[in-house]
Design a protein around this ligand. Structure first.
Ligand code: CUA
Length: 380
């Protein structure tokens, strides 16, 4: 039964492969998945052979020794050395064979490629940050992006994952195996995909009210495009808003908040490369305008056009106004003055007007990588 369930499960999951931003453990573009797949096939094949053999023996015995076929009981005997050696020996050989395969596969999937490009992954309740230690931003710090991970396709990528609070789990099944994100522990492993595209990632450890809302995208780019995008990100400085524009008003609120109503500055928790905003308690927003996801995958745009639609504007507005209402457990304050829970305590948010919220949204939307570094363009 487990074998059949495994086959059905794999078939169902791998059926999703061609869907945009797919999620599949059967994605053979990843060397990691191929290794696990071949090992599983051996286990499944042996299980099927054993299942058939045992079923045959059972039905054969039941039929052959039916009571109505025999007047006297069948011949009784004690001990059969050959049979007993076979009954112990064959399973032992199978177990040894599977153990050797498992150890070999473990060695392959746990091997860390030290030469591969490195990405640091940080899980927090309830979002992710991805940073590229080799990409030093000219504006200071390291290139970092929230909830959308970029990686080169066609080669190994070595990830190091940790958590800033509770235990989370990093798992983007298409590119390789999962690892627990644990506070004060760093786990390093290597993933890969040969196929450029967007893949779904999830948190795989129950971690609180919005565990299910802790998603991310993995965008695998062809090597040249990946290099160009990272190079553009290194020299990126958030654009300076034109004086008097909505973006400029949003910038002021983002950086200083609105003290008179208790609305805290976004910059206290978020970083925007090339500005004084250097907060680390929320996801990095440096390239917010290039992103296609909001609230760690709670809302996603399939195209740039969709980002421009009223629905997207409303989603962003609602998000900024009272994210704890949109996303249970979100630590972001409310900006409609309502109460929200932060780590078991009630807190009261500040107040921004709808117009001010839209100004902040306009500022966030302006935080774009240059056109040629838009990693979503042409990504499927
Ligand atoms: Cu983080 Cu579940």
């Amino acid at each position: 039964v487990p074998a059949i369930a495994a086959i059905l499960g794999m078939a169902l999951l791998s059926g999703c492969q061609q869907v945009r931003q797919s999620i599949s453990i059967g994605d053979m573009s990843s060397g990691y998945n191929r290794e696990i797949w071949w090992m599983s096939l051996w286990a499944i094949a042996l299980s099927i052979i054993i299942f058939i053999g045992v079923s045959y023996a059972l039905f054969y015995t039941v039929n052959k020794f039916r009571e109505d076929k025999h007047e006297a009981p069948p011949a009784q005997f004690h001990g059969n050395n050959r049979l007993e050696i076979a009954l112990v020996g064959v399973p032992v050989i199978i177990v040894i064979f599977l153990s050797v395969l498992t150890v070999k596969s473990l060695a392959v999937v746990n091997a860390v490629d030290a030469q591969a490009p490195k990405i640091d992954v940080l899980g927090r309740q309830f979002w992710w940050n991805f940073s590229y230690p080799a990409a030093k931003a000219q504006a200071g710090g390291v290139v970092t992006n929230g909830n959308e991970m970029l990686m080169p396709a066609g080669q190994d990528v070595t990830l190091t994952v940790t958590s800033g609070d509770v235990i989370h789990g990093f798992w983007a099944p298409n590119i390789g195996g999962q690892r627990a994100a644990m506070p004060a522990v760093q786990k390093t492993w290597t993933v890969d995909t040969s196929r450029p595209g967007a893949y779904q990632g999830n948190c795989s450890q129950l971690c609180g009210a919005s565990h299910a809302n802790m998603r991310y995208k993995v965008v695998a780019l062809e090597q040249a495009r990946y290099d160009a995008t990272l190079a553009a990100a290194q020299v990126y400085r958030a654009p300076e808003p034109a004086p008097g524009s909505a973006e400029a008003r949003g910038y002021a609120i983002f950086m200083q908040g609105k003290g008179s109503t208790g609305a805290t500055a976004c910059a206290a928790c978020h970083r925007v490369q090339g500005t004084p905003a250097a907060g680390v308690n929320g996801p990095d927003l440096s390239f917010f305008g290039t992103r296609r996801t909001l609230g760690a995958g709670m809302w996603e745009a399939m195209s740039e056009q969709q980002w421009e639609e009223p629905g997207a504007a409303r989603a962003l507005h609602e998000w900024l106004k009272h994210s704890p209402k949109v996303k249970p457990g979100s630590l972001m304050p409310t900006y409609d003055g309502s109460e929200y829970m932060v780590q078991g305590r009630k807190a009261k948010g500040g107040v921004l007007t709808d117009a001010e919220i839209d100004d902040v949204a306009a500022y966030l939307r302006s935080l774009k990588l240059p056109e040629e570094a838009d990693y979503w363009k042409g990504t499927r």
